[in-house]
Design a protein around this ligand. Structure first.
Ligand code: HEC
Length: 309
């Protein structure tokens, strides 16, 4: 009889504890799934590819370790106290109260202060090292310009202008080819953040470069004519043509980009056509108008765009 009541009481405690543990497990599972789904579109601070990203990664591991240990200790103590000292039928009105233990109060003041101090100093050191880094000699200069809502990338020394995909050379210690980014904004507040390269600052990232060969045909020439006689040229630049618009992204190297519209869709002929006919279908609120071309013109135009490498 007594054993049965004991069991029931346990059930009342175990229920919520199990609930919390299941919730925690679900959160961890979701987090690991997120980090496992690693396409080019999933930026992760856990795969650093450059010097600043590496120091940020090291710092985040330290912070995660410290806060993780605190979490485990606090949660275990809490679970222990809640189960061990739960209210029982045999309990009196109120247990004896403890006041004014100097040792305990000093301990729970000093320990957190020390922890915060360590985290503060480690963070300050990383921020200082990253923000005060000066432009290295022989660095490739890239100017990133934020627009609503896409990025323009200019390589002044190389004479290249492109959009939305930043390409930088891989640097190795024996042959350093650092990249230095200058950040500007044309018409909107942007945070420039490539988590695998650096924090939200202008710095020294390293990444792979790629290039593809060019081609030409009748459809392409026809497409180019359509492009050059349509409003496209008022908003877009293609170097070597009459198109010198500045409102939209420079299309000179359009095909070197894996995605269009700042990653809103993969750069495929179908998506290009959808984009030209109805940009809102891919990115609601974009500042490019729906061009509504007929099928023939659209196909020729796409064939031309496909040559812009
Ligand atoms: C009124 C200005 C305007 C006109 C006209 C215009 N565009 Fe655009 N276009 C834009 C803007 C702005 C964007 C960037 C939109 C965004 O990503 O939010 C854009 C984006 C694009 C992109 C995607 C580029 C990339 O790298 O993401 C392509 C391709 C494109 N336009 C092709 C065309 C073609 C072809 C025409 C003519 C048939 C045309 N545009 C006419 C303003 C214009």
């Amino acid at each position: 009889m007594k054993a049965a009541r004991h069991e029931k009481e346990w059930g009342r405690v175990v229920g919520p504890v199990a609930g919390i543990l299941i919730l925690l497990a679900a959160v961890l599972l979701a987090a690991s799934l997120c980090s496992a789904a690693s396409g080019p579109a999933v930026p992760s601070i856990f795969k650093p590819e450059s010097t600043p990203a590496d120091s940020i990664y090291g710092l985040s591991l330290l912070v995660l370790a410290v806060t993780g240990i605190i979490f485990v200790i606090v949660f275990s103590l809490l679970a222990y106290v809640v189960t061990k000292f739960r209210k029982r039928a045999s309990d009196g009105p109120e247990p004896p109260q403890v006041y004014g233990s100097n040792q305990i109060e000093i301990a729970w003041t000093v320990i957190p202060v020390l922890i915060v101090l360590v985290l503060f100093m480690a963070t300050a050191r990383v921020i200082h090292a990253i923000q005060d880094a000066r432009k290295p000699d022989g660095a490739i200069e890239v100017t990133a310009i934020g627009h609503q809502f896409w990025w323009e990338f200019r390589y002044p020394t190389l004479g290249i202008v492109t959009a939305n995909e930043l390409h930088v050379p891989v640097s190795d210690p024996s042959h350093p080819t650092p990249t230095f980014l200058k950040l500007h904004s044309a018409d909107t507040d942007h945070s420039f953040w490539v988590p695998r390269l650096a924090g939200k600052t202008d710095l020294i990232p390293n990444r792979v470069n790629k290039k593809k060969p060019a081609q030409s045909s009748d459809a392409v020439n026809e497409g180019r004519r359509i492009f050059e006689t349509t409003a496209c040229i008022n908003c877009h630049t293609v170097s070597g043509t009459v198109a010198d618009g500045r409102f939209g992204p420079d299309l000179t190297h359009l095909m070197s980009r894996d995605t269009i519209a700042s990653g809103a869709a993969p750069n495929t002929p179908e998506n290009l056509q959808t984009w030209i006919q109805e940009p809102d279908a891919i990115k609601p609120g974009s500042l490019m108008p729906a061009m509504k071309l007929n099928d023939h013109d659209l196909n020729a135009l796409t064939a031309y765009l496909e040559t812009l490498r």
